[in-house]
Ligand binder design. Structure first.
Ligand code: PLP
Length: 404
């Protein structure tokens, strides 16, 4: 019997909803008491606008913000803490790269390559950048198992390629990609490698400094932290060449009547009052994750995913999409013959099972897979074998009721 890796009671929402089977952590994770307490404590004892006041409380807020950045950078294996830029999350991080590095470096006749499995956040910014610049936008296709067709990708990365953008882990299929090899292919033609780590950082150990990618984006709310905070990691050599993303307070060194100069990293990319509450909460989240251990979390999810894939696959009319469990993270996407995922998820909800149904912000992938939508169950450290068996039992019952 696989028990949850951590007590459900660590998560106030799960304690408040004792019969809920929360299988939608790929959309957002639940928050442990430690994160909620860290945020409350910040507001009760430290809150002030950082970087601006000469008084002690403002200095304490600055210190809390910096301390949080240090902890999160350590968790991500980033030695140069100033190269971790806080953003609202993966979407903003990727838009930042497209708007700054992209607009500066991508010209008519250049090429940007993405993959068929990208979340819209790592697809639309590049598509629109190419449309604006008159550059070519190319999509690397997938194998029938939902993995990147590597020879196909390699063939698309031509000498005029400036950016190769790819996910570390697919939110729709759970596929874990060989990002080091993709980064090497990009670097071989002088392109930058942009990696969407939204579904990786919460589930597998990530050491940015040894990944070989140039940009790495992630979201706090998928890794036990609060919504509205996430980050972008890059190298100082690259960040120093980029223009700022937004203009305003904190990101300037000196504002003249005619010209302005920029602050040092990371402030150059963090205009306006920062999300200190978010940073403090995310720092508490990575502490919680580190205490449990990412390798244990990944092993736990693989065991649950393996079981779910096997049991769902044995149900009549059910097809699980994506690669075998050993090459995926905690996501199981499936379709049931003759049953719309929305109808299925509503019946599962009546059994207190929360799953996601839809295109998972991956319409290009759904089109190529020949399905308009899937039902997606995603697992995390607070899920257990009982969640898997409840899901499979409920899917079986619902499919019998809905199939026609
Ligand atoms: N990329 C992937 C793979 C995701 O799963 C998500 C969120 O579902 C995003 C990007 C966007 O993340 P956010 O909405 O936190 O910016």
């Amino acid at each position: 019997m696989i028990d949850s890796l951590v007590p459900r009671s660590d998560f106030p929402l799960l304690a408040t909803h004792p019969i809920l089977r929360y299988l939608d952590s790929a959309a957002t994770s639940q928050k442990p008491r430690a994160v909620i307490d860290a945020i409350s404590n910040y507001y009760e004892t430290v809150n002030a606008n950082p970087h601006r006041g000469a008084y002690a409380l403002s200095a304490a807020a600055t210190e809390a913000y910096q301390h949080s950045r240090d902890g999160i950078a350590t968790f991500l294996g980033v030695a140069d803490t100033d190269t971790l830029i806080f953003t609202r999350g993966t979407t903003e991080s990727l838009n930042l790269v497209a708007a700054t590095w992209g607009r500066t470096n991508v010209r008519a006749g250049d090429r940007v390559v993405v993959t068929r499995m990208e979340h819209h956040a790592n697809f639309v910014p590049w598509q629109q950048l190419c449309l604006a610049a008159g550059a070519e936008f190319r999509i690397a296709e997938l194998t029938p198992l939902g993995e990147i067709d590597m020879p196909g990708l390699a063939a698309l990365i031509t000498p005029n390629t400036k950016i190769v953008a790819f996910g570390h882990v697919s939110n729709a299929l759970g596929t874990i990609n060989d990002i080091a090899t993709i980064a090497q292919l990009a670097h071989a033609v002088g392109a930058v490698a942009v990696c969407d780590g939204a579904q990786a950082v919460p589930h597998i150990a990530v050491t940015f400094d040894s990944l070989g990618v140039d940009f790495y984006a992630f979201s706090g709310h998928k890794m036990l932290g609060p919504m509205g905070i996430g980050g972008l990691v890059s190298s100082r050599a690259i960040l120093d060449t980029m223009p700022p993303y937004q203009m305003g307070g904190d990101m300037i060194a000196m504002v003249g009547d005619a010209q302005t100069s920029w602050n040092v990293l990371p402030h150059k990319f963090e205009a306006g009052t920062p999300n200190v509450e978010g940073a403090v909460g995310l720092a508490a989240a990575v502490e919680y994750l580190s205490d449990v251990g990412l390798s244990r979390i990944h092993a736990h999810e693989m065991a649950l995913v393996d079981m779910a894939m096997r049991m769902l696959g044995e149900l009549p009319g059910v097809r699980v999409l994506g690669p075998p469990s050993e090459r995926r993270s905690g996501v199981v996407s499936f379709v049931v013959d003759g049953v719309h995922p929305h109808d299925l998820s509503q019946l599962l909800d009546a059994d207190s099972i929360a799953v996601r149904a839809g295109h998972h912000c991956a319409q290009p992938l759904m089109r190529a897979s020949g399905v308009p939508a899937t039902t997606r169950a995603s697992f995390y450290l607070y899920n257990s074998e009982a969640d898997v068996t409840a899901l499979v039992t409920a899917v079986e019952r619902a499919s019998r009721k809905l199939a026609h």
